[in-house]
Design a binder for this molecule. Structure first.
Ligand code: R5P
Length: 264
């Protein structure tokens, strides 16, 4: 792997665990000002010290993140659809590689819509990004989107979407947790991180999801709603870090959560 590309990837995997805790705040690009992400800068500020990378759009990066930040940036470069329409797969590339380089991104990310009306376009966009990324030493993270079709969150579908993304050249893949998740990981020849999906019933449920994903072979998490929609986002992020970086059990992570919540 060329030096620049590998260096950018390694910066998102600090420390010795070989794992990463990515914080996703890119939801506004198709959901608008979703709950707890109405003011991204305010939500992000206390969380930044505990994130190994942040995933967001260029608009939020420019408006809401101090340029002095040292946290690696994963720039979302696909979009063009909103939740107001049925077909979320109607996406195009919404930021150029030149802009990603100007913004000092450590990686670019796009959604891949396997099985959706615009599957073909999303896969061709991925191939273009990989070519441009290889030319500039910028890694590409493919996000296997499920959009409104949550029933697609099964191992057969996600394994296919992750594998196809890796075959086209994605350097990293993000997908959703499902039963039989190890099948998804085993079929994907590049590092895979897990998203959290919509807010679960409890912080414990989200910690369990992260723990199971890591046990199954995910190299980390790229989580949003289950962190910043938690009642205690910083404590939640610290508890997730214990699972991802320190091999904590769910019970141990719940202790971290409780300790981080305790008044000082
Ligand atoms: C969708 O908006 C993005 O790909 C999110 O970054 C991804 O779904 C991770 O966020 P969450 O954990 O909230 O699903």
């Amino acid at each position: 792997m060329q030096w620049g590309l590998e260096n950018r990837i390694r910066r998102m995997f600090p420390g010795t665990s070989g794992h990463t805790v990515m914080l996703a705040v890119d939801h506004g690009y198709f959901m608008g000002p979703t709950h707890r992400l109405e003011n991204v800068g305010k939500t992000l500020e206390p969380l930044l010290p505990y994130a190994d990378a942040i995933a967001l759009t260029r608009g939020i990066l420019r408006s809401s993140v101090p340029p002095a930040t040292t946290v690696p940036v994963i720039l979302r470069v696909s979009g063009g659809a909103t939740i107001l329409k049925e077909d979320l797969s109607h996406e195009a590339l919404t930021a150029s590689m030149d802009d990603a380089a100007r913004l000092n991104a450590s990686a670019v990310a796009l959604s891949v819509f396997a099985g959706a009306p615009h599957e073909h376009e999303s896969l061709v966009n991925l191939s273009k990004l990989v070519d441009e990324g290889e030319a500039r030493g910028l890694p590409v993270l493919a996000i296997t989107a499920v959009g409104k079709e949550l029933e697609k969150r099964d191992a057969r579908y996600l394994a296919l979407a992750c594998r196809v993304s890796a075959e086209i050249g994605a350097h990293l893949v993000k997908t959703y947790y499902c039963d039989g998740f190890s099948r998804v990981v085993d079929g994907c020849p590049v590092p895979l991180v897990v998203a959290g999906g919509p807010r679960l019933d409890s912080d414990a449920a989200a910690l369990t999801l992260a723990h199971r994903a890591i046990e199954a072979g995910a190299v980390g998490i790229d989580m949003g709603r289950n962190i910043w929609q938690s009642e205690t986002p910083v404590a939640m992020l610290k508890a997730l870090r214990a699972i991802v970086h320190e091999k904590a059990t769910v019970a141990e992570a719940l202790d971290v959560l409780a300790a981080a919540r305790a008044p000082r």
